[in-house]
Design a protein around this ligand. Structure first.
Ligand code: NAD
Ligand SMILES: O=C(O)C(=O)C[C@@H](O)[C@H](O)[C@H](O)COP(=O)(O)O
Ligand code: ZN
Length: 366
């Protein structure tokens, strides 16, 4: 058993992300000193993962707030039910929230922690690959509204993040593959070695126990840590780099697809399609090299992620894309690549280019 890796997120409120096998006993050390009461926010479906927590948190007053599974939890009714429970328990500013679940749970639980008493401490214990490499790190929290994905939320950084790769043993394969969508995204925007690992490793060898998956997890977290350390609140980068918006690569279309499917598509799957879409867009609007566009199709496709989609007409997707957080007034803004690991913002692309890129990934549904 190799030692845990500790990745440091160097923001104004710095914290550690601990990655390894069998590291749950590090939980106590990530909680702020003096915490006496802990509210664990976790989906009903992951009850089996709760068991070790009783011992780990011995001596603390622990309450468990069970929430619906997946995206079903990311709405104001579930947030309000959590606030009600915290109120009944008299939860104070010296108490802490612990989230245990996938990215939907860390987003909801982070939002509840951000809003209760205007902010109490939260430690994330992500249980899906996607949550380990992305959702639990960086402090974006939020819920969905009928108008779209993550439209209400706040930046609230965790006190720590604990990624125990052993938790992935029960994660269904399709969910692990979905997590690879965000990992490969990081390869394109910042760390090409991620792409090299994905391209030389047999996809079925990327298992919870494998050294290759661990390296991918650590590299993707490092990409995110580096970006948020420079631009936590997405106000912009320097020298032409989009700052935190780079992490939103592929997400403009991805979020529109998620809404169009009523969240039946996995987030990581939608991100894969969205990244291929912006590569096709950059080829038209910014001259991205055809080899790099082809590499998008092959890297995501290699691990079993979708790279084409034709589930909605372009006009309805365009209407949803207009409320993307990167939009400014009527102007749509996309993160695209000018080259490998060189993300830039493409502001106000022509509707012809947007439509043509959709035709390229949908086989003519525009
Ligand atoms: N805040 C951020 O920066 C950020 C970043 C990326 C994604 N997200 C959000 O994260 C969500 C997607 O996260 P996700 O892919 O983890 O989805 P999810 O939370 O819906 O989890 C996917 C499924 O896997 C199950 N699961 C999780 N861990 C398991 C385990 N160890 N064993 C068995 N089953 C397990 C869950 O119960 C669920 O059914 C989306 O809502 C997305 O918007 C947020
Ligand atoms: O952390 C970020 O910043 C990201 O954009 C990471 C994304 O993978 C993630 O899905 C995020 O929740 C999207 O943010 P949003 O601001 O577009 O809702
Ligand atoms: Zn994402």
């Amino acid at each position: 058993m190799t030692a845990p890796t500790v990745l440091h997120v160097a923001t104004a409120s710095p914290y550690d992300v601990v990655v390894g096998h069998g590291v749950l006993d590090r939980l106590r050390g990530l909680l702020p000193a003096g915490v006496q009461r802990v509210a664990i926010i976790t989906p009903e479906s992951l009850e089996h993962l709760l068991e070790p927590f009783a011992d780990l948190l011995e001596g603390l007053d622990v309450i468990v707030l069970q929430v619906p599974d997946g995206e079903e939890a990311k709405n104001w009714e579930v947030a309000a039910a959590c606030w009600e429970s915290l109120g009944e328990e008299g939860f104070t500013r010296s108490d802490a929230v612990v989230t245990l679940g996938g990215g939907a749970t860390t987003d909801l639980g982070g939002f509840v922690a951000a809003t209760w008493l205007r902010g109490v401490a939260v430690v994330h214990v992500p249980t899906s690959l996607l949550a380990m490499v992305d959702a639990a790190v960086g402090g974006k929290t939020g819920i969905d509204t009928p108008a779209g994905k993550n439209l209400v939320g706040s930046f609230h950084e965790p006190a720590g993040v604990l990624c125990d790769l052993d938790l992935l043993a029960t994660l269904p394969r399709e969910e692990l593959v979905a997590g690879l969508g965000e990992v490969i995204k990081c390869g394109f925007i910042a760390d090409p070695e991620i792409l090299a690992i994905v391209e030389r490793t047999a996809p079925e060898a990327l298992t919870a126990e494998s050294a290759e998956l661990r390296e991918l997890v650590e590299r993707a977290i490092q990409v995110k840590a580096d970006v948020v350390a420079v631009d936590l609140k997405e106000t912009g980068g320097a020298d032409g780099h989009p700052g935190r918006e780079a992490l939103n690569y592929g997400h403009t279309l991805a979020h529109a697809i998620e809404k169009a499917t009523d969240y039946s598509i996995r987030h990581g799957e939608a991100v894969a399609i969205g990244c291929v879409y912006v590569a096709e867009l950059a080829a038209r609007a910014g001259g991205l090299a055809p080899e790099l566009v082809a590499r998008h199709h092959s890297a995501f496709g290699r691990v079993g992620l979708p790279t084409t989609w034709r589930g909605a007409d372009f006009d309805s997707l365009l209407a949803t894309m207009r409320v993307d957080k990167k939009s400014r007034g009527n102007q749509l803004r996309f993160v695209v690549l000018s080259d490998l690991a060189k993300p830039v913002v493409l502001a106000g692309p022509s509707e012809d280019d947007l439509r043509a890129a959709y035709t390229a990934i949908s086989g003519g549904a525009a």
